[in-house]
Design a protein around this ligand. Structure first.
Ligand code: C2O
Ligand code: CU
Length: 468
């Protein structure tokens, strides 16, 4: 363990002791929900009150699924079919997106692209096959900057037919929520959030709680599924007291598990599956979020049991169905990301009309993709089923963006021409250029947008058509 982490560890101790003493009710593991063919299960979106701030502060009024925040884990087995009636008891229309699933386009949950929004009082039945195992999540895709922040999200876990042998399988949905001292969430869509880094929170949450505790034992091997449900924050995370490997990114297994580095980056909507061994001699281990002024516990793990060394590297998770990318014959496209504060965007087209920066700002639009703000009438690309494509993306802005493509997983084309791991969300730092490639194996109209939800709302969204 490096000196830096040791130093951070002691800060972590003092921070959580100081701020959260007496509020550390152990919440245990998220319950496993069996969900299979027998379903039509019901998921109700409604207003719900929950204690988010430390004890002694007021409760928070959230919008959540089934009166739980995060929504209950939906769990099924690879090859199953998921069937869910989503009931909308919210004061706004909604729709549910199953983030990262390569599913039937009509079930993708994007208002006005794949379905009409579910009006208050209405029900919509989602039903689709689950070809891929892995760690996914579900969240509202209507007014998502507001609805996801208010709590409309939950984990979606698809178990492998032969899952790896572990002692615990823990899911941690990470978030940063912006709350006032009186427990209220406050307003949405101020121009600063829309035109800068998005809505950044002031509290870190794991599974809806401040620094929850998950008891572990030395010698245990744990699968840790990290999901970022944050609106805009890019988490830099580390583990103290646990050592292991990254085995999957955005649900997709790595062909070769990668030794866990001291710091890992989790952009909004990204997931990471870890397999870790409990090796510490201390009585607590931590999941740390690194901030400018040091590391803070976002979750902790009380440790018991006899000392035990790190075990051998785990096997790779079983691969999901493969849709090989034909880079030689791939169609080439480009995506220019412009706008935001301190950017140079002078004008952009909106619904076919060219508008200057002032008029755009008046409409709450601050970002453009290939010169268009907001989802254009025509797709960025109209691809033939089975065709391969490569998209060079240039981030000509002063902010990072987490670009997410629905319906397929893409690979990054690395500088040496090889393909990186499959992902559904890729982070582009300011002024960075990255290229992705994929095979258009899934027919339909697929959204392609920034998952910094304020950026999406303020114009960073386009779409791709795959024609059968
Ligand atoms: Cu997580 Cu367009 O979605
Ligand atoms: Cu963005």
């Amino acid at each position: 363990m490096t000196f830096h982490l040791v130093r951070v560890r002691s800060e972590v101790h003092s921070v959580h002791r100081r701020h959260f003493l007496g509020t550390l009710a152990a919440s245990g593991v998220l319950p496993r929900t069996a969900l299979s063919q027998q379903a039509p299960d019901v998921l109700t979106a409604a207003t719900h009150r929950q204690q988010i701030l430390p004890a002694g502060y007021p409760e928070t009024t959230l919008w959540s699924f089934d009166a739980a925040f995060p929504g209950r884990p939906l769990r099924a087995r690879q090859g199953d079919r998921l069937a869910l009636d989503v009931v909308n008891d919210l004061p706004q229309p909604t729709a549910v997106h199953w983030h990262g699933l390569r599913l039937d386009n009509a079930m993708d949950g994007v208002p006005y692209l794949t379905q009409a929004p579910i009006q208050p009082g209405e029900t919509f039945t989602y039903e689709f096959d689950l070809p891929d195992a892995g760690t996914y999540w579900y969240h509202s895709h209507a007014q998502s900057m507001e609805q996801v922040e208010r709590g409309l999200y939950g984990p979606l876990i698809i178990d492998e037919i032969n899952p790896p042998d572990v002692d615990q399988d823990l899911t941690l949905v990470l978030d940063d929520i912006r709350l006032n001292q009186d427990g209220t969430i406050g307003e949405f869509g101020n121009f600063h959030d829309l035109s800068h880094a998005g809505r950044i929170g002031n509290l870190w949450l794991a599974n809806g709680q401040i620094d929850p505790a998950y008891p572990i034992k030395r010698g245990e091997r744990i699968r840790l599924r990290l999901i970022s449900a944050a609106n805009s924050r890019i988490f830099t995370l580390g583990l103290a007291g646990l050592e292991g490997w990254i085995v999957a990114l955005d649900g997709m297994p790595l062909a070769d598990p990668q030794e866990l580095p001291d710091q890992i980056t989790l952009a909004p909507a990204q997931r990471m599956d870890l397999i870790v061994d409990v090796t510490t001699d201390d009585d607590e281990a931590f999941l740390i979020t690194f901030e400018r002024d040091g590391g803070y516990a976002i979750a902790h793990f009380p440790v018991s049991g006899a000392p035990s060394p790190k075990r051998a590297k785990p096997d790779a998770l079983p691969a999901n169905p493969d849709f090989p990318i034909d880079l030689q014959n791939a169609r080439a496209a480009t995506l220019l990301i412009e706008g935001g504060a301190m950017g140079g965007m002078r004008a952009a087209s909106v619904d076919g009309e060219q508008l200057g920066a002032r008029d755009l700002a008046q409409r709450g639009l601050f970002w453009a993709l290939n010169g268009t703000a907001g989802r254009p009438e025509d797709p960025l690309l109209d691809l033939k089923l089975g065709e391969s494509v490569r998209i060079g993306m240039a981030n000509d802005t002063a902010f990072p963006h987490a670009m997410h493509l629905h319906g397929v997983h893409f690979a990054e084309v690395l500088p040496d021409g090889s393909l990186g791991p499959l992902r559904d969300t890729i982070l582009l730092n300011p002024q960075e250029t990255r290229e992705i490639a994929f095979q258009a194996h899934n027919p339909g109209d697929w959204l392609f947008h920034c998952h910094m939800l304020a950026h999406h709302q303020a114009g960073m969204g386009t779409w791709i058509r795959v024609s059968a």
